[in-house]
Structure formats: C-alpha cells, structure tokens
Design a protein around this ligand. Structure first.
Ligand code: CA
Length: 237
C-alpha cells in the first residue's frame, strides 16, 4: 500500500460505482471526496482543491464535459474522464475539454489506481516551478517553433493551442527526432503508464496533433507513421 495524502474527487452519480471506487482508493491511502452531480463537483473542486478528479460523463445537472470545461478554466488539476461510450473518446481527449485522460467503462480497479498514480505523478512533475530561464528552450523545426519550457508551439509565428498531453507527445518526439517509437514506448514515456495503457490513446492524440500542426494532416511531414512500428518526428529537410 502506498503512503500518500493525495485527495481525489470522484464525480459519479451511480452510488454503487462511486462506493466501489471510494473503497478501492481509500484502501490505497487516498482521501476521497464524492460528488453525485455536476454542480456538486464544481463546488467541491473549489472548496477542497483535489489533486485529481475522476469525472463521469453522464451526470445530473451539468454533464461531465461541461464540468471538465469549467474546471479547466480555473485549474490545471489532472482530470480522468470516465466514459461508457467508445465514441466519446475523441471528444474526451479534445482540446475543447482539456481532460488529461479517459477510461472506458467497465474498467478494473487496479487499472484505475495505476492511472491515478501516473497522472498525479506527471502533474507534480509538469506543474512544478520548472521554467529555467538560463536554459535556452526554443527549438525550431521547419516552420514550427517549440518552446520547451513555456509549453508553447508556434507555426509560422502563430500560437497553436495544444493540450498538455499533445504538447508533451510532440515535445518527446521532437526531442528524439527521427527515432521511431512504438505505441507502448510512447504510453510509458509520455503518459507514464507502465502496464495499463490503451494504445488508442496514442493514436487519437497523434491524429489531433496532426490536425493542429500539419498543413495536410492526411499527408503529414512532421509526425510520421512507420507502418507496423509506430511514430516518429521527422526533421525537416
Ligand atoms: Ca453517470
């Protein structure tokens, strides 16, 4: 059992599921808050500043998408969306929402706990006071400029809006330009998942990145697929 005092807000209107999640997270040493509708989720987030939020999509009052958007406006807290529908995955990972991750119901508790740990660990790394002004952090690739410290990317001077995860994937690939990574590598190194990742997460994030940074997402020139292997960032000629 891990010793920790991280506080998790569980937003799930089905009491039975909420109880199971609470039981399992408390067993892991987490402090658990539960909300049963969208408005209560917003209230508890504001009052208690949790370290991570598990957020069901289908909720009374405000749905999980709306709750996610509103929390993102005021907080960078990691949010894992719980969804019952595969089709929602695209929306969940989308820029509009800014969720960090999703899990499709039904899911196992071991996997849930692993995801929570990975997301809290990443948040503590990326949200810390890490900008080192002495360290030049601007990398230029063709018409794309990545500011590694400021989490900014510009294409022909124009700021491109990426989610944290999209940025981290791009940064990782660009840091190792021309090296091919398989999806499991990327899950491990970008998402921090050792065993429990879902490789579709990588594919969806790559597709979204391409839509944002490539002139022709269907014929990319930066984020390349190596068929049967994985992805790599191609150094522009
Ligand atoms: Ca629900």
């Amino acid at each position: 059992m891990d010793e920790n005092n991280n506080r998790i807000l569980v937003v799930e209107d089905e009491k039975y599921i909420s109880d199971i999640i609470r039981y399992n997270l408390e067993k892991e040493g987490y402090e658990v808050l539960t909300a049963f509708d969208g408005q209560e989720a917003l209230d508890l987030q504001q009052a208690h500043d949790p370290d991570l939020i598990l957020l069901d999509v289908m909720l009374p009052k405000l749905d999980g998408f709306e709750v996610c958007k509103r929390i993102r406006n005021v907080s960078a807290v990691p949010i894992i969306i719980l969804t019952a529908k595969e089709e929602e995955v695209d929306k969940v990972l989308g820029l509009e929402l800014g969720a960090d991750d999703y899990m499709t119901k039904p899911f196992g508790m071991r996997e849930l706990v692993a995801r929570i740990k990975a997301n809290i660990r990443r948040a503590s790394l990326t949200l810390g006071p890490e900008i080192d002004q002495a360290q030049p952090s601007i990398h230029t690739f063709g018409d794309i400029v990545i500011d590694m410290n400021r989490y900014e990317i510009r294409k022909r001077g124009e700021l491109i809006n990426l989610t944290l995860r999209e940025f981290e994937l791009l940064r990782y690939l660009a840091d190792h330009a021309d090296k091919v990574f398989d999806r499991e590598d990327l899950l491990r190194n970008v998402w921090g998942y050792e065993y429990y990742g879902d490789i579709r997460t990588v594919d969806v994030t790559v597709r979204r990145l391409r839509e944002k940074i490539e002139d022709e997402p269907g014929d990319p020139k930066y984020i390349m697929t190596r068929r049967g292997v994985g992805y790599y960032f191609r150094t522009p000629a």
